[in-house]
Design a protein around this ligand. Structure first.
Ligand SMILES: C[S@@+](CC[C@H](N)C(=O)[O-])C[C@H]1O[C@@H](n2cnc3c(N)ncnc32)[C@H](O)[C@@H]1O
Length: 233
């Protein structure tokens, strides 16, 4: 029976794909790759390009614009779910590729919910991936947790008092999607005396990987969406 697969493709290095994800990717009839706008290439697709045979497999690059209002994104998720269900009903396996792991802040999660609700007859299999968090911690040489340490993972749109509480309460704090609010986060780290305890990691696992310990040097720069901050007290 044909299925929808959600494949975690890891953070950037093709060698960080699981053997299972690679096998399914090589076998799938259709590969759906996300992109933030129609003119951009898909980062997830760039990771797995070497496993795909374009003469035999169909690639669909789907646009999911970066919008704050979730309502505006619903039609894009609905189209993706409807298209996948239609292809599966035609007997074709469809593989959605997602950066890192599909169950960690991925766009696929919205499509997954729609598939379960609207198409209960369509089977969905999710294959875990190495998250950007795991790879970033290792690239920076900063263990996420030892012994009884506690870790918080938060999207950095979490601001002000909420962010302060998390920074005070946990031993390791991972801030995802930090690019747009970095200056505010840095100001708060300074206020709490934590500005030297953070490390910024960009495009981990790819040829453009950057690990920055001197956070001050990032102020005023346009930062990459594919970056995160680890604060380790
Ligand atoms: C929509 S979330 C996707 C997370 C992904 N599913 C995972 O498991 O890592 C996007 C955020 O993940 C982080 N991210 C994803 N890939 C990254 C990479 N290669 N290097 C650094 N951060 C990355 C960034 O914080 C980015 O804003």
């Amino acid at each position: 029976m044909a299925k929808v697969y959600a494949l975690g493709v890891g953070p950037g290095d093709p060698e960080l794909l699981t053997r299972k994800a690679e096998r399914i990717l090589r076998e799938a009839s259709v590969i759906c790759a996300p992109s933030a706008n129609p003119t951009d290439s898909s980062y997830a697709l760039s990771i797995v390009e070497e496993f795909i045979d374009r003469s035999r497999q169909e690639i669909i690059v789907q646009t999911f614009p970066m919008k704050k209002e979730q309502k505006e994104l619903e039609p894009f998720w609905e189209n993706a779910a409807d298209e996948a269900a239609e292809l599966v009903r035609q007997g074709r396996d469809v593989a959605f590729i997602t950066i890192g792991d599909p169950f960690l802040y991925s766009t696929f999660l919205y499509i997954y919910r729609l598939l379960l609700d609207r198409y209960p007859d369509v089977q969905v299999e999710v294959v875990p991936g190495i998250t950007s968090i795991n790879a970033a911690a290792i690239a920076a040489g900063v263990p996420l947790a030892a012994a009884s340490e506690r870790v918080a993972i938060i999207p950095a749109i979490f601001e002000g008092e909420d962010l302060r509480r998390v920074l005070l309460d946990f031993d390791t704090i991972v801030l995802m999607k930090v690019n747009r609010v970095f200056h505010k986060v840095y100001a708060l780290l300074q206020e709490l005396g934590l500005e030297k305890k953070g490390v910024f990691i960009r495009r981990v696992g790819s040829a453009e990987e950057e690990v920055v310990f001197d956070l001050e040097t990032l102020l005023g720069k346009k930062l990459d969406y594919l970056s995160l901050l680890i604060v380790k007290k």
